[in-house]
Ligand binder design. Structure first.
Ligand SMILES: Cc1cc2nc3c(=O)[nH]c(=O)nc-3n(C[C@H](O)[C@H](O)[C@H](O)COP(=O)(O)O)c2cc1C
Length: 204
């Protein structure tokens, strides 16, 4: 079934550009996005990009829609304690959820079902409703704690998709590396894109 609505959580791992590029493309492709940004995620976005996002989710939405023009109904932005937002319940569950970028703290919370904020709860709901969950994890090196948490989730069919771009398409710009990772996410969601050619479809 094609993805109509996607929950996108941006946590405070390095790599805000991955999440923002994914958001840009989802809106361009006409997909509805339920966006959640953690407090640390907001700090990292402001540190790593030219955006100056405030804490208010309404103002975040205005700024993001100015940067990525889309049908205004396509983008909902929820605060992390908005417990009446659709992603908090199986009755409002999206078709899939991506956490991008994903901290190892978020991995831990999801692995133990903490549900202490809206994005942790949304991930818990996605798992219990047997929908696709993709964690774009960024940390290095990984400790045994991180690896055990990721293994536990991988065994529940959660996609562990580390933000580790390949360089074999002659990447020359940071945006090429960002698109490499975003292409892998879109592939996992079965969303058609033209970011990079499929393996075997180019010069190889
Ligand atoms: C600039 C910056 C970069 C960070 N990079 C990472 C990272 O790559 N991976 C990670 O797991 N945490 C990273 N952190 C730490 C997390 O933001 C921190 O653990 C935070 O509590 C995570 O909360 P969240 O999962 O609710 O966003 C970074 C923090 C800052 C300020």
């Amino acid at each position: 079934m094609p993805i109509e609505t996607l929950a996108l959580a941006m946590t405070g791992a390095s790599g805000a550009a991955y999440g923002l590029r994914l958001l840009e493309l989802l809106l361009e492709y006409g997909i509805n996005v339920q966006l959640m940004i953690s407090g640390a995620g907001q700090i990292v976005i402001n540190q790593e990009t030219d955006l100056a996002l405030p804490s208010s989710s309404e103002k975040q939405r205005d700024i993001l829609l100015r940067k990525y023009p889309a049908d205004s109904e396509q983008l909902q932005v929820f605060g992390t304690d908005q417990w009446f937002a659709p992603p908090a319940s199986g009755t409002g569950v999206a078709d899939a959820m991506v956490v991008c970028p994903c901290t190892v703290g978020m991995v831990s919370a999801v692995a133990c079902g903490a549900s202490n904020n809206l994005m942790e709860r949304a991930a818990d709901v996605i798992i219990k409703e047997q929908k696709k969950l993709i964690l774009v994890v960024r940390e290095t090196p990984f400790s045994a704690i991180h690896l055990e948490n990721m293994l536990k989730l991988a065994r529940m069919s959660v996609s562990i998709l580390p933000a580790s771009p390949g360089f074999y398409y002659n990447a020359t710009r940071v945006s090429d590396l960002v698109d490499f990772v975003v292409a892998r996410i879109l592939d996992q969601l079965n969303i058609q894109h033209a970011l990079i050619p499929a393996w075997g479809q180019d010069r190889l």
